[in-house]
Write a protein that binds this ligand. Structure first.
Ligand code: PHE
Length: 461
């Protein structure tokens, strides 16, 4: 972002088209793809989950990504300001507040997992073995790396995103991609890997039920960074010349390919080693070191991989912190650097119970609520899944019925003139998009939500 074109002193604008794509893809690609997607797939039925997930990305996630970018660019505001500026009343302002809360609370446990990746990088380079259950249960190990990660996030957000991070991610993220390909080759050539490929690629549709759809939809939002108001904020830094449609497509494409590759990296190896695919949040952390151990000079690959994963996590966590920071900068005229530090420190403190809920503290590890066990899983269910679904429902209702698709289409058209030109049989992309936003997205999301709340829906329950 550079400040030259900003209309207001504190706000910035992306330096270039690539600057936006890198930052938005950097936000999207993260632990959600490499750590969360495989264990969600493993807990929710394998290939069938992947199919539902892909449908959610294309039919719900992508249209909503455009909603957020258009709303952000049209209003030039943070999520709360965007609703207010465009005439949204109370329930929508509340939705904006929910966006800030979701970003903040997810940051508190995202940082914990990112701390684990730092430890795993250290364990690879020092060629020591971390026993996942023992390591994650030990606050002496877990808390300092968590603090380190939050500190890194704060330092970068204070400095401003464009210096360094944009430049470095251009090199490091493609490198992560290449390294994943190398790890996949090792994984699929392990004896017994075939069963993992079948599990991951051959859907058994009888496994699909309401929970699977809920989890897949939640995962699509989590991974695309949609439903957090984050893309509203990032859209607000976009110039009118940029093409929202093609930029959004790039982001979704990059994000989905990394997730799909992560599955290929994990499942063949899980089966080859006789691990349990539904073992939960430790899946990537227990599987990958075993794959590295089966490679020549595997510790080097392992070290680089976990370091790159940490970078991918930082490019996501800075965007989570950016949302509440942009709110205080816009609405309360606060200083960016002060906000970043204060919110970072509070996020660390609030994250401590999550850090202790993997065996560190018995009560926090075993507490049960919303069908989840452990403080960390409960937060993930409430903020990392349910809040996103509610926000997305409100967003599609707002843009589909209150602010009206026409306004969004006028916004998207700037920078993408073909959006309103008939492509096939007289139908414009804008019309298709508006149909999805007005009808498909709200109906599907509402059904999933009702189902979660226990209302029985024929065919879904
Ligand atoms: N999309 C990120 C990931 O997959 C997580 C994230 C969510 C980042 C929300 C920013 C905001 O890891």
């Amino acid at each position: 972002m550079s400040n030259q074109n900003s209309s207001e002193e504190n706000r910035g604008q992306w330096g270039s088209k690539l600057g936006f794509i890198m930052a938005a893809a950097g936000s999207a690609v993260g632990l959600g793809n490499i750590w969360r997607f495989p264990y969600m797939t493993g807990e929710n039925g394998g290939a069938a989950f992947v199919v539902v997930y892909l449908a959610c990305v294309v039919f719900i996630g992508l249209p909503l990504l455009y909603v957020e970018l258009a709303l952000g660019r049209a209003s030039g505001r943070n999520p709360v300001g965007a609703f207010r500026e465009t005439g949204g009343g109370m329930p929508f302002i509340f939705t904006g507040v929910l966006c800030l809360s979701a970003c903040f609370f997810v940051l508190t446990y995202y940082g914990v997992i990112a701390g684990w990746t730092i430890s795993y990088a250290i364990s690879q380079i020092s060629q020591t073995t971390l026993v996942f259950e023992e390591y994650t249960a030990d606050p002496v190990y877990v808390l300092p790396v968590f603090a380190l990660f939050i500190a890194l996030t704060v330092i970068i957000v204070r400095a401003g995103v464009e210096k360094g991070i944009e430049k470095w991610s251009k090199i490091l993220m493609p490198l992560l991609f290449v390294l994943m390909l190398v790890i996949i080759i090792r994984g699929v050539t392990l004896p017994g890997a075939g069963a993992g490929l079948t599990y991951y690629l051959k859907p058994d549709f009888s496994k699909i039920d309401g929970t699977v759809v809920l989890k897949a939809l939640g995962q699509a939002f989590f991974s695309l960074s949609v439903g957090w108001g984050l893309m509203i904020t990032y859209g607000s830094y976009m110039s009118k010349k940029q093409n929202i449609v093609s930029n959004g497509l790039w982001v979704a494409f990059a994000d989905t390919s990394v997730a799909l590759l992560a599955g290929l990296m994990i499942f063949p190896a899980v089966f080859a080693m006789g691990h349990d695919p539904s073992s939960g949040s430790g899946l990537a952390f227990t599987t990958l070191p075993a794959v590295f151990a089966a490679m020549p000079a595997g510790w080097i690959v392992g070290t680089i991989f976990f370091l790159l994963l940490t970078v991918a996590a930082v490019t996501s966590s800075i965007s989570m912190l950016e949302v509440p920071v942009s709110y205080f900068v816009d609405e309360k005229k606060a200083r960016r650097s002060t906000c970043a530090v204060i919110i970072g420190v509070v996020a660390f403190l609030v994250g401590i119970p999550s850090a202790l809920s993997n065996g560190g503290n018995e009560w926090l590890s075993n507490i049960e609520m919303f069908g989840q066990t452990g403080f960390f899983s409960i937060l993930d269910q409430v903020f990392g899944t349910l809040a996103l679904i509610i926000i997305s429902l409100m967003l599609s209702i707002y843009v589909g019925w209150v602010w009206k698709p026409k306004r969004a289409i006028e916004e998207i058209e700037q920078g993408c003139p073909w959006f309103t030109k008939p492509l096939v049989v007289g139908i414009t992309p804008a019309a298709v998009w508006a149909f999805f936003i007005r009808f498909v997205c709200p109906v599907v999301i509402l059904l999933v939500l009702l189902n979660t709340l226990g209302v029985k829906i024929p065919g879904l329950s």
